[in-house]
Design a protein around this ligand. Structure first.
Ligand code: MOS
Length: 768
């Protein structure tokens, strides 16, 4: 079954197949996690705290309980006990919880909109009304801290409190000395606001106890197995007793990558009322329930030769964290590896504020890190008087300077060249602030994109039926991005069946284990396990055939048997063979099952690969450094009177290994780039300085791009073959689309106006 790696006539891998679940979605047949009408279903509504710091003095639920249909009001005084809470470091670790505090386990208030009660009633309306009747008296804890910038906020180095772990602090070479002696020295500080994920489908949980110790949860999550593992720890139940189901997901962007408080509160509510309970977060609650991207400041010191070759980068970051957690995106990694940087240092500090814990959000670290790095690279280009593409070619890294490893594959130079060609980059005036069209200043900017391959593994099962259809399964999730579709394609080609004869099932802990759809690992991992599970089917069939006296292949060496379109044949005598159905019929088997584990990243690598690493680093680093790379090109029109920025042309070119579906892959990059354009121009969560409360917690005031904000965009993939990363040569594309985008826009704005804005978003007040 090597044939999947070659262009096979009639094969569907790579083709722009429309979503196999599309019809179910547009007809409403696709059931999201809040759409399972279980018998006796009840509804939960969360009551939240208006203050960000203090204590609950008293809760009076009597009026709420008197309302018709109300079943319970859960508070910190009557939440059914849990086996483990995340409130201790050990508990948090055991659960894999993002947040080291579970609301309703204490009378303390740590952040605004912290849940203080959960009302359960027979209808949503009864629960909503009763929630307004819960009387909570608070004792204020004084003025809360809203940001790390508050004069009362104390910055600390998290390394010192993380068991001496070196996380986030990197140093190699002589960064300070090299910077001090560099002919060109650039120092710049960048600001990034709070962001919230805001997927179309808010977080939701439907929990049903089917026995006192057996639970089914329909959960809006990016990973059913990770959810199961967190619940197992919190509930103290065997994993087998907890079934998590996620058939469809309306986006996630990272906020559904781990288990947040509302999930376990709903499960405990179901326990308390003895009926299934459904909870759906409101849009405002989405700003305070499932994490956010933290507000942050980055400073980049970049030293270079007079010709523009980087000699040193020093990166520091400050950000806001919660009262209990030390979470910060790891921005420095992309600054460490993207260019040939002989000397490098990165460190970060954070300050505790009265906010909930931040979490990973689409390309965590790489997205804001690339904003700082790629704007600084643009500064370097102007300073040296070299074209922005040329300055990047000059600093192109032929191996990963951060690890000393060779790349498993890298097509960045092709991406620059193809992107520049598609965009018409050669028409760009090298000088900034020179191009005008009426009242509009026109600018062109570009930036590099990169996203790492995170090591991952998962299992799949393939069942091929004698009647010519197949069911293939893996407990993965489809964020809406096309997992159902691309895995159906891979299975169809691997089994030699038409697309419509294959059903791919996902989103259930009763299926084979698969990783979270997060960190851009799903396509690379699951496609490999599906491919290998199908290969296992053929291996078994070949073994059966060569052992079967009635088979024309009897006695053949299994290695000499090939498979094409469901037919087994002798490779050197292709006419000699038979269909798999005949093999099964003779054995009186209606079907045959294959199962396999696929690995994505370093775990997949042929040990031979390690030979390519820098010999001095081989022992510590092993095989290859694995990343997707790409380039974004942006044109803006800036209104010289109003300061409004419009993106008027966009080109993204990516090198990401094998493309499984050219349409869904293009959509991934489009979506990422649009997300990035939003972050460049409009996206920001505003937290009030005095009360640490959110002032724009809805989609009317939290601005994301709409159609009118986005021009026609061009996305291409260059051809790239990566023999190391997995059995399919597929690299992740879920996150790379956003990386570098904000910088490409800011660089275009600089080219248009001559004004450098380092404070996101680039709103008119800053641009003018
Ligand atoms: Mo993504 S931020 O790894 O879900």
């Amino acid at each position: 079954m090597d044939s999947i790696f070659t262009e096979q006539p009639g094969g569907v891998v790579g083709k722009p197949i429309i979503r196999v679940d599309g019809r179910d979605k547009v007809t409403g047949r696709a059931k999201y996690s809040a759409e399972f009408p279980l018998p006796g279903l009840t509804y939960a509504v969360i009551v939240t705290s208006p203050i960000a710091k203090g204590k609950i003095q008293s809760i009076d639920s009597a009026a709420a309980m008197r309302e018709p249909g109300v079943l319970t009001v859960l508070t910190h005084q009557n939440l059914p006990p849990l086996a483990t809470t995340p409130n201790t470091p050990e508990g948090k670790k055991k659960i894999g919880a993002p947040m080291g505090f579970l609301p309703l386990t204490s009378d303390e208030i740590f952040y605004a909109a912290q849940p203080v009660a959960v009302v359960v009633a027979d209808t949503l309306e009864h629960a909503q009304h009763a929630a307004t009747l819960v009387r909570v008296a608070y004792q204020s804890g004084g003025k809360p801290i809203a940001y790390y910038t508050d004069p009362k906020a104390e910055l600390f180095d998290p390394q010192k409190v993380q068991d001496g772990k070196q996380e986030g602090h990197t140093k190699r070479g002589t960064p300070e000395e090299s910077f001090a002696s560099a002919p060109i020295q650039l120092v710049a500080t960048y600001h990034h606001p709070v962001h919230n994920h805001n997927p179309m489908e808010p977080g939701s949980t439907t929990a049903q106890w089917t026995a006192p110790d057996r639970l089914t949860v329909y959960e809006s999550t990016q990973g059913v197995f990770r959810t199961q593992s967190s619940l197992k720890a919190m509930l103290g139940l065997p994993a087998d007793n907890i079934r998590v189901i996620t058939k469809y997901l309306g986006g996630g962007f990272g906020c559904k990558g781990s288990t947040w408080p509302h999930t376990i509160l709903t499960i405990q509510a179901a326990k308390a009322v003895g009926r299934p309970v459904k909870l759906m977060l409101t849009r405002p609650q989405m700003f305070t329930s499932m994490g956010h991207r933290e507000d942050q400041e980055q400073t980049v010191k970049l030293g270079a030769t007079a010709e523009g070759k980087i000699t040193s980068i020093i990166h520091t970051k400050k950000s806001t964290t919660s009262p209990w957690d030390n979470y910060a995106e790891s921005n420095s990694k992309i600054l460490d590896m993207l260019y040939a940087t002989p000397n490098f240092e990165a460190s970060y500090e954070m300050a505790r504020a009265n906010v909930m814990t931040s979490t990973f959000m689409r390309a965590p670290g790489e997205a804001p890190g690339s904003f700082a790095l790629e704007c600084s690279m643009d500064d370097l280009a102007y300073r040296v008087g070299v074209d922005p593409v040329q300055i990047r070619l000059l600093n192109h890294s032929d191996y990963d300077y951060s690890t000393g490893q060779q790349w498993s594959s890298k097509s960045l130079k092709q991406c620059y060249a193809r992107g520049a060609e598609l965009f018409g980059w050669s028409r760009r005036n090298p000088k900034a602030g020179q191009t005008r069209e009426g009242r509009y200043l026109v600018g062109m900017g570009m930036a590099t994109a990169s996203y790492p391959v995170h090591n991952s593994q998962g299992t799949a099962r393939a069942r091929l039926y004698a009647d010519g259809h197949a069911v293939v399964q893996a407990g993965a999730t489809d964020l809406g991005t096309g997992t159902y579709t691309v895995m159906t394609q891979v299975a169809a080609d691997s089994l030699g069946l038409p697309l419509e004869k294959v059903r791919f099932e996902l989103g259930d802990t009763q299926l084979p284990n698969a990783p979270n759809s997060g960190g851009s690992v799903a396509a690379g991992t699951v496609s490999s396990s599906v491919f290998l599970a199908c290969q296992d089917v053929w291996d078994k069939l070949i073994k059966m055939a060569v052992a079967d006296r009635k088979s024309p292949l009897h006695g053949a060496d299994p290695a000499e048997v090939g498979v094409e379109k469901g037919r087994l044949f002798l490779k050197n005598k292709p006419k000699k063979g038979e269909s798999y159905a005949e093999v099964l019929h003779r054995a009186d088997m209606p079907d045959i099952e294959g199962m396999a584990q696929g690995k994505y990243g370093a775990g997949n690598e042929n040990p031979q690969g390690a030979k390519n690493a820098d010999p001095s680093k081989k022992d510590e680093a092993g095989g290859h450094s694995m990343h997707s790379f790409g380039a974004h090109f942006c044109q803006v029109h800036v209104d010289s009177e109003l300061g409004v920025v419009r993106v008027t042309k966009w080109v993204s070119v990516m090198g990401a290994g094998r493309v499984l579906n050219s349409q869904t892959a293009r959509s991934q990059i489009l979506g990422g780039a649009i997300f990035g354009i939003g972050s460049a121009l409009m996206e920001a969560t505003e937290r009030d300085d005095h009360f640490a409360r959110y002032t724009n917690a809805d989609l009317a005031n939290y601005h994301v791009c709409v159609n009118k904000d986005i021009p026609d965009m061009t996305v291409e993939f260059v051809e790239e073959h990566d023999p190391y990363i997995n059995a399919m040569g597929v690299k992740g594309i879920g996150e790379i689309g956003i990386v570098g985008v904000a910088a490409a826009v800011a660089n275009a704005v600089y080219h248009a106006t001559g004004k450098r804005v380092r404070d996101l978003p680039l709103t008119p007040d800053k641009v003018l």
